[in-house]
Design a protein around this ligand. Structure first.
Ligand SMILES: [Zn+2]
Length: 92
């Protein structure tokens, strides 16, 4: 006698594909991840819309550097605060 888990009572869907009508990006996601991804993707388009082409290039290259290393962005801000403090001549 087998005791396989009964999955027939599950409802809804396990995964769905989100495809953006503006840029064509597609993600296959669970329901929770889907809802989150749709919101984040829309926010990213909002940022894109606010930038001119030069700003987009600069912002993208900065993000490629930051996202290549976990913690790099936070560490850079620590250094920025310390160096600004030092270079401003403060002795405290
Ligand atoms: Zn898109």
């Amino acid at each position: 006698m087998t005791t396989e888990p009964d999955t027939s009572t599950a409802c809804g869907w396990d995964q769905a594909t989100y495809r953006c009508g503006r840029c064509g990006a597609a993600y296959t996601l669970t329901e929770e991840a889907y809802l989150k991804a749709v919101g984040v993707h829309g926010d990213a388009h909002a940022v894109w819309d606010r930038l001119n082409p030069t700003e987009r290039d600069g912002f993208a290259s900065i993000l490629r550097v930051i996202l290549a290393s976990a913690g790099l962005g936070a560490e850079f801000l620590v250094i920025a605060d310390r160096m600004t403090h030092i270079e401003s001549g403060s002795t405290s």
